[in-house]
Design a protein around this ligand. Structure first.
Ligand SMILES: Cc1cc2nc3c(=O)[nH]c(=O)nc-3n(C[C@H](O)[C@H](O)[C@H](O)COP(=O)(O)OP(=O)(O)OC[C@H]3O[C@@H](n4cnc5c(N)ncnc54)[C@H](O)[C@@H]3O)c2cc1C
Length: 385
């Protein structure tokens, strides 16, 4: 299956060419490593550099910063193809999110300093919003960034941070004005190499996404130059976060579709091979009907996701529609993983079968990037105007 089906009206010839080269790259460099990354709890650092060399991470970045000057359709392809290979370990989604914060809000100096390294894989990025005491309610962040001469002093702790173990650049959501709610929030970049007072907690033990590192991060009087404020004005952080959310949410819908396509193909293969009562499991009407339902849901999601990518490329993807892609995509993913696992019988529950991992990986898609309850709140706001 492909993202670039007939519903991908946004896709040009260069997108198809990019998809082919991404597939080849993943086939050679990603697929052989998936099991080992899951076992190690983290991807190889060199994989980031290889992906950079292959031009995977710069599709949507201007040429002057080392990219190829396209739009987010390129990142959509890279993310879809990764999950369609059954991988959930490589944290490219977060890298893409951070890169587009810098593209949207970075000063020319910040873009020059960070974008080329993020495109080449020399730098790995993380975004640190969530804290032990707050996730959905981001206005309540406790981390502070206090001015001290021409520096900020950052204090606080963050939790559940994807890419936290190896991030070289962390965008920290912090209060520059504690007396304000949303208006007191700013985004500040921390270059972690040699940053005094910055520590990583352990790589957290999760239900799924076993090869994708997730960490607590601690900031104790971490000093960064004031020029690390993203943009030029304090108190813009909440607005900046809200503006970028459509991409963060859509990309969860895109990866949901990739995983679904992979799960269906694995399940078709398994049920064609497996025999019960003297016939292939595929030949039971229940199996055929269940797979027909899964396929239908996948095609409906594909059309919607492609419509959202087209809107995003045209600068017209609104928050409510992106929230639908995240909510619907992740919920559909969970429903389909459940059905596909069931069709594997007991083997589906064994970790050596990919469907067991896909089932566990799917669960968090309904939680992170804004929980599905928050998505419904946002969608409801667009109804009750
Ligand atoms: C594997 C993983 C990776 C992650 N990666 C990152 C990352 O890279 N960076 C980062 O900053 N964060 C990351 N997160 C954090 C994630 O975004 C948060 O867990 C998520 O936003 C939910 O916040 P919370 O855990 O504090 O739950 P809470 O906000 O405490 O929510 C608990 C429950 O209450 C519900 N709830 C809360 N508010 C409302 C409301 N207004 N109406 C109805 N229901 C509500 C929620 O939906 C949820 O069911 C990650 C999380 C995980 C598990």
């Amino acid at each position: 299956m492909n993202l670039l089906s007939s519903s991908a009206t946004w896709a040009q010839e260069e997108h198809h060419m990019f998809a082919d080269s991404v597939k080849r790259f993943y086939q050679d460099e990603l697929s052989p490593n998936i099991d080992r990354w899951v076992e190690n709890g983290i991807v190889d650092r060199e994989f980031w550099n290889k992906a950079g060399e292959a031009g995977l991470m710069g599709g949507a970045i201007a040429e002057e910063y080392g990219g190829s000057g396209g739009g987010l359709g390129f990142d959509s392809i890279a993310l879809y193809e990764q999950s369609a290979k059954g991988d959930s370990s490589w944290g490219y989604g977060i890298q893409s999110i951070v890169v587009h914060y810098i593209v949207a809000y970075g000063t020319p100096e910040q873009k020059e300093r960070w974008l080329p390294k993020l495109v080449s894989g020399e730098m790995v990025a993380a975004i640190a919003m969530t804290e032990p005491g707050c996730g959905s309610d981001l206005q309540a962040v406790q981390t502070t960034a206090v001015k001290d001469g021409n520096q900020y002093r950052i204090n606080g702790s963050k939790i559940f941070i994807t890419n936290g173990q190896m991030a070289d650049l962390v965008i920290v959501v912090a209060k520059t004005d504690k007396s304000e709610g949303a208006k007191g929030v700013s985004l500040i970049a921390v270059e972690t190499d040699g940053a005094e007072g910055y520590t990583r907690g352990r790589n957290l033990d999760k239900l799924g996404l076993k090869g994708n590192d997730t960490s607590e991060l601690f900031f104790e009087d971490v000093k960064v130059p004031m020029t690390n404020l993203l943009g030029t004005e304090e108190g813009q952080g909440f607005y900046q976060l809200m503006k970028q959310l459509p991409w963060e949410r859509l990309l969860i819908g895109i990866t949901a579709l990739g995983s679904i396509d992979y799960a269906i193909s694995e399940t078709v293969r398994y049920t064609q091979d497996r025999k019960a009562f003297g016939q292939r499991v595929m030949d039971f009407q229940n199996t055929r009907f269940k797979l027909a339902e899964c396929k239908t849901k996948a095609e409906v999601l594909r059309s919607f996701v492609n419509d959202c990518i087209a809107r995003l490329e045209a600068g017209k993807l609104d928050a409510a529609t992106a929230s639908m892609a995240k909510y619907w995509g992740s919920q559909t993913q969970n429903e389909i993983m459940n059905e596909c696992l069931q069709l594997h019988g007991g083997y589906g529950y064994m970790n050596e079968f990919p469907i067991a991992r896909l089932y566990a990986d799917a669960r968090v898609q309904m939680i992170y990037g804004g929980s599905n309850e928050i998505m419904k709140e946002l969608i409801a706001r667009s109804i009750d105007v």
